[in-house]
Design a protein around this ligand. Structure first.
Ligand code: ATP
Length: 345
């Protein structure tokens, strides 16, 4: 189902939770609503579901304005963070619940439940109760239950937040696979950027009620439109006055221009590691190191500016206090009016 949202606003009392948000989602796409807590992600999802009424704006599903339709008539499935399974019902009964409400006939319900337990890997668990399942299994039941009435749009609110890290990882790729297989348009809320990057076709960055940017994970990463987006995606440090860094004292970067520098924009090492690039480097000192499993995260101080970068495990191990050379290849610059990317000259 194609989804179109225009000029959506929602206030709670005097607090404007969602501000003039508009976007469209193509059929079969998986969209991640990403942003800090309290930004308005859940409110947007609940308005799509019909669980919350917008103050203004249009919600259009498949060419039809659905603002006045109750949730059960919108053709949506909803998966909540806390599973929201019926505790006194078995897996099969949970999955069948919505179909019984819709008065499907018994044989058709049985067939649908069988195909969904198969699809979601819950075969053999049909008679178990929620408390006899793991968190990941429960969430798969919630997913199957949401899919049972054959919705055209699937809405998921922090679906993996309550699940431990390893299983969460598995469930993410599982969800991606399911959605590809079913071709169902899906929108999920998360505050976890790795999750959004890994799973979504497109990400919408939501902050303080605003849609800051919408695009593929790669577009958002490489071409952030606002300082907030630049800082929210990827690990990075903001430098208050980029002109203090060698190679960035271009007239374009006037005094006071802020710069955002990502770890992969930086190389550090001993003088001899740089050869002819040495003249573009600056002297710095390692202030902190952290082993990340597959590489080091190194914090380095240059002219009183703290930057972070990665260092591969094959290279000489650095220690706090070590004198190093630092080469900043590029920075994402912004002042009050504009933003741009600048290369080290
Ligand atoms: P989280 O990840 O914490 O759920 P979110 O981005 O999903 O955050 P929302 O849940 O949409 O954000 O909330 C946006 C703002 O609106 C918050 O400040 C919240 O306190 C407020 N809010 C949400 N629902 C209501 C409500 N029913 N009554 C009053 N304020 C509300």
């Amino acid at each position: 189902m194609h989804v179109e949202v225009r000029g959506l606003n929602k206030a709670f009392g005097s607090f404007q939770a969602v501000k003039d948000v508009g976007f469209s989602v193509a059929k079969g796409q998986l969209i991640g609503l990403l942003g800090p807590s309290g930004g308005g992600k859940t409110s947007i999802l609940r308005m799509l579901a019909g669980l919350e009424t917008p103050d203004s704006g249009d919600i259009v599903f498949h060419g039809q304005r659905v603002n006045d339709l109750p949730p059960q008539e919108r053709g949506i499935g909803f998966v909540f963070q806390n599973y929201a399974l019926f505790k006194h019902m078995t897996v099969s009964e949970n999955i069948a619940f919505g179909l019984e409400v819709k008065k499907w006939n018994k044989a058709k319900i049985k067939e649908r439940v069988a195909s969904l337990t198969e699809l979601t890997g819950l075969k053999g668990f049909e008679s178990r109760y929620p408390h006899q399942l793991s968190g990941g299994q429960r969430q798969r039941v919630a997913f199957a239950r949401a899919l049972a009435p054959e919705p055209q749009l699937l809405l998921l609110d922090e679906p993996f937040a309550a699940i431990d890290a390893k299983i969460r990882h598995e469930l993410r790729s599982w969800l991606r696979e399911m959605i590809d297989r079913l071709g169902i348009t899906s929108i999920f809320v998360t505050h976890d950027q790795d999750e959004a990057i890994e799973v979504a076709d497109e990400i919408m960055i939501i902050n303080k009620g605003n849609l800051e940017q919408k695009g593929s994970p790669w577009e958002i990463y490489k071409d952030p439109k606002t300082p907030f987006v630049a800082g929210f995606i990827g690990e990075s440090r903001i430098v208050d006055n980029i002109a203090e860094l060698r190679g960035f004292s271009d007239p374009a970067a006037t005094s006071g221009t802020k710069g955002l520098i990502r770890p992969e924009y930086i190389e550090i090492g001993r003088k001899e590691e740089f050869a002819q690039l040495l003249s573009a480097t600056e002297a710095g000192r390692v202030s902190h190191i952290h082993f990340r499993g597959s590489e080091w995260l190194v914090e380095v101080e240059v002219n009183g500016i703290k930057l972070v970068t990665y260092r591969s495990l094959e290279k000489e191990v650095l220690h706090p206090g070590d004198e190093v050379q630092v080469l900043v290849h590029r920075a994402y610059l912004f002042n009050d009016i504009q933003s741009w990317v600048m290369e080290n000259k």
